[in-house]
Design a protein around this ligand. Structure first.
Ligand code: UD1
Length: 430
């Protein structure tokens, strides 16, 4: 690499108390699926409150590769699918972002064909797609795999009664999108209940779908002949909200996040309270006031919604690392989501991992160091650790963070953090 094109790094100088208000962007995990769902109708869908993050740009590339015309300005995205002709999602895009596989359901529903590169493993473990494929097969799709691709074809999908092996978010979404134009009434049981699923159902209903039960474990879909374009505003990002609340709490700060209903974070907020963080819930905002001297250990286990979100597990690990006492954090959703623990240990945390349990000997004083982001949420957690660590922390591989957080440094700076993005080839910034 040429010396003047150094990978960007985030440099965090710890010790500043965060204070103030911040507004969350639209939810990444909703926006990506709504973009995919726009493929179900010919014409132009308009989405508001779309986050300006790398994953959204990748999904835009996927849609453009298929032939859609996409505009994106100041949080509003227009997706014109009139000229969509291709049914292929190539390896490079799927490899960059696994959520690319969410085009499978809508493409089969509208065009009778989808060919998508197999996502393969990722930093969080094996991440299978068997439930997606079993559902599509039960709806009458022919599923084949060759040359690293999975291809699903169907003249016309038909309704199905299916009990999902696990309430997978992605499988629920793919099958919802496949089911909206299937012939007859589809019943999906043991589905995911995440707020982003509800948002997708609202979007599909406004496109003409007939869906009941969104947000419960059973969803019924009466197939319709045709879907039409629509306009929709993406819900706020609950994971971004939780991330800022933790970042504020670890610094003993006072942070209010706007643009989010507290009810989408119920269990997370009750765990913050159990640690000793003061939490105030308003209709569309949450305020958290931290007092590190009083923070103490609590056990946490991740589970599908409404359980504790796996996407806030890494950030919670940072809070527990600096809170007094021994906490046990259990990861039940992904098989390999403790990859960042070694990085946190480099900052001075005392954590022992045994299978899907992490035992955290809290109350440690962290000190800044060079660390590597191993995935999106791990990157956010390491920023939180840097905020409380003494001295300077330099984060490498920040492209992971850019996948899912909009203007993270700007927002943190507005709360009083000392954070900067460094691209100059300066060695030893810290
Ligand atoms: C989505 C979110 C991700 C979040 C996760 C769980 C997006 C873009 N990503 O990921 O941020 O962490 O939900 O809340 O929305 N599984 C199978 N077979 C399948 C499908 C899933 O075994 O066919 C397993 C996975 O390997 C994983 C678990 O189920 O261990 C959860 O996966 P899933 O709920 O599907 O998560 P994603 O949709 O990939």
């Amino acid at each position: 690499m040429a010396p003047d094109t150094v990978e960007p790094r985030l440099v965090v100088r710890g010790g500043q108390r965060l204070e103030g208000q911040v507004t969350v962007a639209g939810a990444k995990n909703s926006a990506l699926k709504l973009m995919a769902a726009s493929l179900l109708a010919s014409g132009t869908c308009t989405l508001h409150n779309v986050p300006d993050i790398q994953d959204v740009h990748t999904m835009r590339e996927v849609l453009e590769y298929l032939g859609a015309v996409v505009g994106f300005e100041q949080g509003t995205m227009t997706i014109d699918t009139t000229a969509v002709q291709s049914h292929v999602a190539p390896y490079d895009l799927v490899q960059r972002m696994r959520a690319s596989i969410q085009i499978m359901g809508p493409l089969v529903a509208r065009f009778g064909r989808a060919r998508v590169a197999m996502p393969g493993g990722c930093n969080l473990g094996q991440r299978k797609i068997d439930i997606h494929l079993r559902g599509l097969a039960e709806m009458g799709g022919q599923v084949r795999s060759d040359h690293g691709f999975v291809e699903v074809t169907a003249e016309k999908l038909h309704a199905v009664d299916m009990f999902l092996d696990y309430p997978s978010v992605g499988a629920t979404e793919n099958l919802l999108m496949a089911g909206v134009m299937a012939e007859g009434t589809t019943t999906l049981e043991n589905v995911a209940r995440e707020p982003e699923i509800i948002d997708l159902c609202k979007f599909l209903v406004s496109m003409g779908a007939d869906i009941t039960g969104a947000g419960s474990s059973t969803i019924r879909i009466n197939g319709v002949d045709k879907m039409h374009p629509t306009e929709h505003t993406v819900i706020g990002d609950r994971i971004e909200a939780g991330t800022f609340l933790i970042m504020g709490a670890v610094t003993g700060g006072d942070v209010e996040v706007n643009g989010i209903s507290p009810h989408v974070l119920d269990l997370f907020l009750s765990k913050l309270r159990a640690v000793g963080v003061q939490v105030q819930e308003n209709t569309r905002s949450i305020r958290a006031v931290g007092d590190p001297e009083r923070h103490s250990a609590v056990d946490v286990a991740t589970l599908p919604f409404p359980g504790f979100p796996t996407d806030l597990q890494a950030q919670m690990m940072v809070l527990l690392s600096v809170s007094k006492g021994v906490s046990v954090l259990t990861e039940n959703v992904f098989e390999n989501r403790f990859g960042f623990v070694d990085e946190l240990v480099r900052l001075g945390a005392d954590i022992r991992v045994d299978g899907n349990h992490a035992v955290i000997n809290g109350g440690r004083a962290l000190t800044g160091a060079i660390v590597r982001c191993t995935d999106l949420r791990a990157g956010a957690a390491l920023v939180a650790a840097g905020l409380v660590a003494e001295g300077c922390t330099e984060l490498r591989d920040v492209y992971h963070v850019d996948r899912g957080y909009e203007r993270l440094e700007d927002k943190l700076r507005s709360l009083g953090a000392d954070v900067e993005r460094v691209t100059a080839p300066v060695s030893g910034v810290c």
